[in-house]
Unconditional design. Sequence first.
Length: 288
Amino acid sequence: MATTSIFTDGARAKDTYFLDGAKRAEFDRLERQSRCLNTVMHKSPFHARPTNPSHILEIGCGTGLNTCQLGRLYPKAQVLGIDPSPVPDIQDKPPNVTFTQGRFEDLLETTVLAQGSFDYVYVRVLMLAIGDWSLFLSRIMSVLKPGGWVEMQEMDPLRYYGPSSTEPVGEGWEWLQVMREESLARGLHLSIGADLASLMGAAGLQDVVEKQYKLPFTPVPEPELREVQEYMIEFTPTVVSTILERYCEGRYSREKIEDMKRESRETAFGGKIEGLHWWMYVVVGRKA
């Protein structure tokens, strides 16, 4: 699988994303995450329906799974997937799909991303990588054709819900409050999913539609949710512990960090709260 490399892999000082996308273990996690989320969405991960698109862009394509699905769904379109890390050679890549390594903001300065050239821009789970979401969306608007669609999919790792699905639980968890405060201190909005619709409306997008999907931490009867529940309980505790490690290093004692990591495992991931889940927000909008 040919991948055009424009920029070398590796974090810059100002980057907020710290998971190593160049390692095989992270490839495997991202691949499993993509497949689980697709299953939750009933194998239909694309909610925008552009008419006869000629150019499609996925920002932060990870392993390229959904980029290749877009290529098969729209065989007449040229589909481009971009990611700061090299895309692994693990997909059955359609001939109309191309991968380019590089950060979105950097590629805007090259001929790879021409102004007003895409009919559909697809974004999934970038809350650990994006600081200024209004700026990010304005950059997306710059490469979108008039009438083109943008789709964003983001989960909210700072709000945990129980059986009611409407009132958050865990507001008294110290580790969660610290994670919220420390992420904000780094310019991150980890709960952006719930604000995507208003963000798109403020940017001038039309026909904005939001849909929510449940991401459970405890066993559920729905077959389509069992796979993602297994993923959530296997990987989320490690990701949360890593966030606490990175965000709290130098600001809290080692003992305090370990206490918060332990508390996170005992509260959110200990199976004590029936029906515990996150929400996944999917929002689409059309450029006028």
